[in-house]
Design a protein around this ligand. Structure first.
Ligand SMILES: C[S@@+](CC[C@H](N)C(=O)[O-])C[C@H]1O[C@@H](n2cnc3c(N)ncnc32)[C@H](O)[C@@H]1O
Length: 311
């Protein structure tokens, strides 16, 4: 699950801990790798894949095997997907050759052939990529916010819709809350470095945002603007409208529960009502066909192939 901005209470934020030494050495800007720090600070691919499995069980009564990770970057989630079941296959799609190579060298090169052979990476545009029918497509860490024009967003969602199997599910995430509309920096002290989420610009007229990620180190050095995102901050109803227009039968918001301090508890449930907290992250799950329809089409497919399933 992304942690770029964790769900925040409406009350005062708790003070973060000071950075600590890691494995006997201090991280510095010079000895650190921005992709490694990004994965440590932002990604939670195990809980992301757990969420995908849980949602498949609930909505479809089974687990999925095929996954496409759009905007895959280092393809960390694709790697986790292939690792978790021998029947799983993953396709990662990204435009940037350098990040694809990083993922190859740091993840897939160290995996046994039995796992790495089930991960395929395509250097391609998600708007144009052609893949066989896929059960699960994911677009995490708000990457699709890159499509600032609504028409482009709908075009991307249509491409996802067309690429999914009939009972397929599309998973993406979104962030928001009152603080999402302000220009501010938020620090989180992690294992030997400080992650800085810099909401550098917000234009309320267009909804455009410019966000940077910086990494700061105990010796005072800094990796400034390690990553920059120029996005449109879409609201949940805007995203759901665009999904509907792209053809999805249903989309559901999975809203995070609240812990005893008023922050997020990491448990996401299908919801139609959220609280107006200062910062939140939610999952959106879009169904190409609704559960009842996809169950019926499975039966019909069985019949077409001469299957003996009862209605
Ligand atoms: C925010 S990173 C997301 C990394 C990863 N998916 C995650 O969850 O943290 C966005 C990635 O999208 C890629 N990207 C941007 N536009 C794209 C497009 N049209 N098609 C494919 N990849 C794209 C960038 O190269 C970058 O690696």
């Amino acid at each position: 699950m992304p942690t770029a901005t964790a769900k925040k209470p409406r009350v005062k934020k708790p003070r973060a801990k000071a950075p600590t030494k890691r494995n006997g050495f201090w991280r510095t800007a010079a000895n650190s790798d921005r992709h490694e720090l990004y994965e440590l600070a932002v990604q939670e691919v195990v809980s992301e894949c757990d969420f995908i499995d849980k949602t498949w069980r609930t909505l479809r009564g089974r687990l999925a095997s095929t996954l496409r990770e759009d905007f895959c970057g280092t393809a960390h989630a694709s790697t986790e997907w292939a690792r978790r079941r021998a029947t799983n296959t993953a396709i990662g799609v990204d435009l940037d050759r350098s990040v694809i190579h990083w993922g190859e060298a740091h993840h897939r090169a160290h995996l046994p052939e039995s796992i790495s052979s089930r991960v395929t990476i395509l250097e391609a545009d998600v708007l144009a990529v052609e893949t066989p029918a896929i059960e699960t497509i994911v677009a995490m860490n708000f990457s699709y916010f890159i499509f600032k024009e609504r028409a482009m967003l709908v075009r991307y969602f249509k491409r996802v819709y067309e690429s999914l199997a009939n009972d397929g599910l599309f998973f993406c995430d979104a962030y928001g809350g009152s603080e999402a509309h302000s220009e501010q920096e938020e620090e989180r002290h992690l294992d030997g470095f400080t992650y800085v989420w810099d909401q550098n610009q917000y234009n309320p007229i267009t909804g455009d945002v410019v966000n940077h990620i910086h990494f700061r180190f105990p010796d005072g050095s800094e990796m400034k603007r390690a990553f920059t995102y120029k996005w449109r901050l879409y609201s949940l109803p805007e995203i759901q409208d665009a999904l509907r227009e792209a053809g999805f039968a249903r989309s559901t918001i999975y809203w995070e529960g609240t812990d005893k301090n008023g922050g997020g508890n990491g448990v996401f449930r299908a919801s139609t009502r959220g609280e107006p907290c200062a910062g939140w992250i939610a999952y959106i799950v879009a169904e190409k066909q609704s559960s009842a329809k996809s169950a019926r089409s499975k039966v019909l497919n069985g019949k077409a192939r001469g299957g003996t399933r009862k209605r």
